[in-house]
Design a protein around this ligand. Structure first.
Ligand SMILES: Nc1ncnc2c1ncn2[C@@H]1O[C@H](COP(=O)(O)OP(=O)(O)OP(=O)(O)O)[C@@H](O)[C@H]1O
Ligand SMILES: [Mg+2]
Length: 231
């Protein structure tokens, strides 16, 4: 029998932004290597908060989170575990200034082998081109990010995430604000990329289209996470 390999474990995790106003309470769950898991829940339930805990933006007020075998806390440097992690945030940053699509994808390598004080290498640029090819956006690599549609920008955000070759991909509502056709396109893209790149995936979405390929679904309600059967 294959040995289960936990990528991520939450053990009795609680979190509050303000004292006496709990957002998450006693959350326990784990993800195994290669799993595709979806989290649903009402607006304000704490879904994005849960992902922020994984990205070293905030820390549990109680309990422990282990990511790739490393305990996440304020004292632990995020560098090791975070090289393996990519995050597609809920709201794509709107650039005020002209940013080339390819440049914005390269930023995904930040903390991996990119720094603001280093010129990007040929190899990094090659990776950006490949990532844009994988999401079907290579024709747009020299365009201004601000001139893209919402769906196209979402594809670029996904390219920015996969350029890191993540072991774990977190996606926060990647299809919100998109029309029906674009939603379908993005869902199919995510499903295809997961098959090709084999990352473990945690996706937050209200979109039932994802139910076609995810293996487990959790509902975040009343500050806690409950597993639901997919029917
Ligand atoms: N930085 C913050 N400081 C204080 N409260 C916050 C902060 N960020 C979020 N909250 C509050 O925490 C709660 C959970 O927010 P969160 O963004 O995690 O919800 P969500 O489930 O992702 O909602 P949505 O579906 O609307 O994206 C909300 O009540 C929100 O107002
Ligand atoms: Mg959210």
């Amino acid at each position: 029998m294959a040995i289960e390999e936990h990528i991520l474990t939450f053990k009795n995790v609680s979190f509050a932004y303000q004292k006496n106003e709990p957002i998450l309470q006693e959350i326990s769950f784990s993800l195994q290597k290669g799993e595709k898991v979806m989290i649903v829940g009402e607006n304000g339930a704490g879904k994005t908060t849960l992902l922020k805990l994984l990205c070293h933006q905030i820390y549990p007020t109680k309990g422990t989170i282990t990511l790739f075998g490393h305990l996440l806390n304020e004292k632990n440097s995020p560098t090791h575990s975070h090289k393996e992690l990519s995050y597609v945030p809920q709201i794509q940053m709107q650039s005020e200034i002209a940013t080339q699509v390819e440049e914005s994808v390269l930023l995904g390598l930040y903390g991996k082998n990119f720094s603001y004080l280093k010129r990007s290498s040929k190899q990094d640029r090659r990776k950006a081109v490949e990532a844009l090819e994988m999401v079907g956006m290579s024709d747009y690599s020299h365009r201004d990010l601000r001139a893209l549609s919402g769906g196209q920008r979402q594809k670029v955000a996904i390219a920015r995430a996969i350029i890191r070759s993540p072991s774990l991909l977190l996606l926060d509502e990647p299809t919100t604000y998109l029309d029906k056709e674009s939603k379908k396109e993005i869902v199919e893209l995510i499903e295809r990329l997961q098959k090709e790149l084999q990352f473990t995936m945690l996706i937050i979405s209200h979109d039932t289209l994802h139910l076609e390929y995810v293996q487990r679904v959790f509902l975040l309600e009343n500050h806690t996470l409950i597993e639901r059967h997919i029917s």
